[in-house]
Design a protein around this ligand. Structure first.
Ligand SMILES: *[C@@H]1O[C@H](CO)[C@@H](O)[C@H](O)[C@H]1NC(C)=O
Ligand SMILES: *[C@@H]1O[C@H](CO)[C@@H](O)[C@H](O)[C@H]1NC(C)=O
Ligand SMILES: *[C@@H]1O[C@H](CO)[C@@H](O)[C@H](O)[C@H]1NC(C)=O
Ligand SMILES: *[C@@H]1O[C@H](CO)[C@@H](O)[C@H](O)[C@H]1NC(C)=O
Ligand SMILES: *[C@@H]1O[C@H](CO)[C@@H](O)[C@H](O)[C@H]1NC(C)=O
Ligand SMILES: *[C@@H]1O[C@H](CO)[C@@H](O)[C@H](O)[C@H]1NC(C)=O
Length: 404
């Protein structure tokens, strides 16, 4: 064979090995499957497989059509890694993850990013396959000073989605994150289901799923047991649905905290349905900082068909949040809370105060309603409600009785 033909053949073979084929006209078309093992991953849980994963991602992202990135069974040791788009000619990119990804415990590795595994700037990503993200947080939790210190070094979140559109996350697990388990930031149309998250009750800042600046998020049929919030809905979110989530242990489902930073965006349009909270510190909580620097809105939220099992504060709006005792007692939250509806909330409260509505003195809550609330104290006495700067509307069963 002449040299030129030989080179062409070698090139073709190389492409085929990496999951490409060539159509007539010489256009490269995605054959579709990119297995990390073909890019040098070892999957022995010890060797750093980051470069192999990145190479597989780059090839998949540069392909066309419907593409699969395959992570077979095995344990893959990974340093911080960013899977970023745009993947211009890819219609859908499915990450089939059967294996376990194991995070480095060396915090110096995370210097430039607060994230272990990031997916960013991708359209049409599906992450599925039953695999596990193991943050190995048990090694670094003792070094986390954030629960006690304002200016702490924030440990990395395990799995972060940044500026993605049309994302599906289905059937994955996350265990022992160093900080948050999953962060969803600036995403549009994010569907999460069958997600299982676990960390011990006493692990610091291990929030299950944190949402910020998203539009159109639906998290359903998931189980979240952590040391912090089950799901936290932060600033700038709209059209969020949480459905069929089992929380506990942990701090419950939280809106906020809001109003900590300047120029935070509004939070509007939240539906929380058919959720069960067991042994959590809070059930449904809306939390705003007392000394918020900027005005913002927290509105249009419905919490319905929620079961509380021995939850310390089943229903709580708290606009005087100030954990570092750094606010003046006269401070009054500038977050305006309105149109908040609690419907069919039943079960047991670990404290006698089953309902707390502590609204801002400067901007009282408006249109807060409770409809069919039945919460019994697990101890001897009956439950009661406490209210400040709010005139709630009541219909149906009211146990505890309404604030006077
Ligand atoms: C997501 O959609 C928004 C507008 O709808 C667009 O500006 C942005 O570029 C899209 N991002 C990606 C990664 O496709
Ligand atoms: C959220 O997802 C669940 C399960 O797929 C589905 O039943 C529900 O209709 C979805 N809700 C919204 C608002 O998309
Ligand atoms: C309130 O939120 C729901 C659910 O996200 C949304 O469908 C509805 O349009 C919102 N209503 C207003 C007045 O914004
Ligand atoms: C109240 O919520 C419980 C628990 O989710 C559910 O089983 C029940 O059907 C709901 N009741 C009504 C009237 O919707
Ligand atoms: C609360 O206690 C009352 C009186 O014992 C009982 O009738 C009711 O069913 C209890 N509610 C719940 C949600 O367990
Ligand atoms: C229960 O109620 C009784 C009578 O009001 C009161 O004396 C007692 O302190 C209450 N116990 C608790 C644990 O709140």
């Amino acid at each position: 064979m002449e040299m030129e033909k030989k080179m062409k053949l070698l090139f073709l073979l190389a492409l085929l090995c990496h999951g490409f084929s060539i159509t007539d006209g010489g256009r490269v078309v995605g054959l579709g499957t990119f297995n990390v093992m073909n890019f040098g991953a070892r999957g022995n849980g010890v060797t750093d497989d980051s470069q192999a994963f990145l190479a597989a991602w780059k090839a998949a992202c540069a392909s066309t059509g419907a593409v699969n990135l395959v992570i077979p069974s095995g344990t893959y040791f990974l340093n911080p890694i960013k899977f970023r788009g745009p993947c211009k000619n890819v219609q859908s990119l499915t990450v089939q993850m059967k294996g376990t990804l194991k995070a480095s415990t060396d915090l110096k590795q995370y210097k430039t990013s607060g994230v272990w595994v990031e997916f960013g700037w991708v359209d049409g990503l599906t992450l599925t396959g039953g695999g596990t993200f193991n943050g190995q947080g048990e090694v670094t939790w003792p070094l986390n000073t954030c629960p006690k210190q304002k200016n702490c070094k924030i440990p990395p979140t395990s799995l972060m989605f940044v500026n993605t559109n049309n994302t599906i996350v289905n059937g994955i697990k996350s265990v022992n994150s160093k900080f948050f388990h999953i962060g969803v930031l600036g995403c549009q149309n994010f569907q999460g289901s069958g997600i299982k998250i676990t960390a011990p009750a006493e692990s610091p800042n291990t929030d299950g799923i944190h949402l910020e600046r998203n539009s159109g998020v639906n998290i359903s049929n998931s189980e979240i047991a952590t040391g912090d919030d089950c799901v936290s809905v932060g600033q700038g979110n709209s059209y969020i649905t949480l459905n069929g989530i089992k929380c506990g242990p942990g701090h419950g489902i939280s809106v906020g905290s809001l109003g900590k930073y300047k120029d935070e965006k509004d939070v509007q349009g939240l539906i929380v349905q058919d959720c069960t909270l067991t042994e959590t510190d809070n059930g449904i909580r809306i939390k705003t900082w007392a000394n918020s620097p900027t005005n913002s809105i927290c509105a249009n939220m419905t919490f319905e068909n929620i079961v509380m099992n021995n939850v310390a504060n089943p229903i709580i709006i708290d606009q005087s949040y100030c954990p570092y005792a750094s606010c003046q007692s006269s401070a009054s939250s500038k977050v305006k809370i309105s149109d908040i509806h609690f419907k069919n909330i039943t079960g047991t409260s670990k404290t006698p105060v089953a309902v707390t509505l502590r609204c801002s003195k400067g901007i009282p809550c408006e249109r807060v309603s409770l409809d069919d609330v039945d919460l019994n104290f697990t101890g001897e006495n009956s439950t009661f409600a406490t209210c400040l700067n709010v005139k709630a509307e009541y219909t149906g069963t009211q146990n505890p009785p309404p604030c006077q």
